[in-house]
Design a binder for this molecule. Structure first.
Ligand SMILES: [Fe+2]
Length: 344
């Protein structure tokens, strides 16, 4: 288990606190607060945003970054003594799982209710989406006509026999995609869809999204399903020249409508500073900071498409409107359906 604790120290602020006028006392009080943030994200630009929050509010942040699963386990073990005030997780089903484990407390914020669309936050205020992630087909246009895929259902078309690649069913992203289809099309149609796709897969199911993008780029797969930011990360050069060239061979296809997953955050059940914690979540969901949070990983902000040229070049999509809470609620059913119908 590797953890990455990191204190964002802000010098100079406490030194001036004693000289503040009485009207600034609330700020002075906040300067003594340090929020524990446990995050499944790991981007330097996130840290810049936390620093900006401290600059604006005086509230300090102690950050612990680790994988979602590790954080859930750690929070559970720490119980009421946990130093965490905010828990940031990727994937709707994990946010719902943390809720069912009792790790979040309800909060109420008119600001967040306005900033975060209804279907992208917990009905009881336990968590709020901060970014949107589109999980969509990508094709190698030499092998598969991008126009031939208009919906997720088209991935089961026997014309794609031997051309479709899939990531394995352990992926929470795939589980949420299947949950989404159960909600939109019902269990029987989704079971048939999975069988049809499984029949189109002729090679081993992939362990991750990035190798799928590489395989489509090389032409060893004609079509695969990935979160768009994996293509974006390769296209922007951060994964090296070879990966950039491979991603350039890939066409991103937005089915109509498009399945949207989220990353999000909530105030932990153990938080000693729930008001300050909520303030941080409000800050991260605000249009400016929110764009930065999404842009760090080439995800989509809560509303609109952000300003990134790579994302803009892919065009727009119509989100299917399924609620993130429902994606989590159907997770068990989705997993069972995948297992029973040949999603390895
Ligand atoms: Fe991811």
């Amino acid at each position: 288990m590797r953890l990455f604790p990191c204190v964002l120290a802000l010098s100079g602020l406490t030194a001036t606190a004693l000289t503040l006028s009485p009207s600034l006392r609330p700020l002075q009080a906040q300067q003594n607060i340090t929020l524990g943030v446990y995050s499944g994200r790991h981007y330097n630009t996130d840290k810049e945003l936390y620093k900006e929050f401290t600059k604006q509010t005086g509230i300090k942040i102690k950050l612990l970054e680790a994988k979602d699963k590790v954080l859930l386990k750690r929070l559970k073990e720490e119980g009421a003594n946990s130093p965490a005030d905010v828990l940031v997780l990727a994937d709707a089903a994990r946010l719902v799982k943390a809720t069912s484990m009792g790790l979040y407390q309800s909060s109420s914020s008119a600001k967040l209710n306005q900033l975060v669309p209804d279907n992208l936050r917990d009905p009881n205020g336990k968590w709020y989406a901060l970014t949107r992630r589109a999980r969509v087909p990508i094709v190698n246009a030499d092998l598969v006509n991008p126009a031939s895929i208009k919906t997720y259902a088209d991935l089961a078309d026997p014309k794609l026999k031997g051309k479709l690649c899939l990531r394995n069913r352990k992926s929470p992203y795939n589980q949420s995609l299947v949950a989404d289809q159960i909600i939109l099309r019902g269990e029987a149609a989704t079971a048939q869809w999975i069988q049809g796709m499984a029949a189109n897969v002729s090679q081993k199911f992939f362990p991750k999204d990035t190798p799928q993008v590489q395989a489509v780029g090389k032409g060893t797969c004609g079509v695969a399903v990935v979160n768009t930011y994996y293509v974006g990360r390769m296209l922007d050069g951060r994964k090296g020249e070879e990966n950039k060239a491979l991603a350039e061979n890939v066409t991103v296809v937005f089915p109509q409508p498009t399945h949207i997953n989220i990353s999000g955050a909530g105030v932990t059940a153990s938080s000693d500073h729930p008001k300050a914690a909520l303030k941080l979540i409000e800050f991260l969901a605000s249009p400016d900071a929110g764009k930065g949070y999404a842009a760090a990983n080439l995800e989509y902000p809560l509303k609109g498409y952000g300003g990134n040229r790579i994302l803009n070049a892919w065009g727009t999509f119509k989100a299917d409107g399924v609620s993130a809470e429902q994606l989590g609620a159907k997770n068990k059913q989705a997993k069972a359906l995948m297992k029973a119908n040949g999603w390895k």
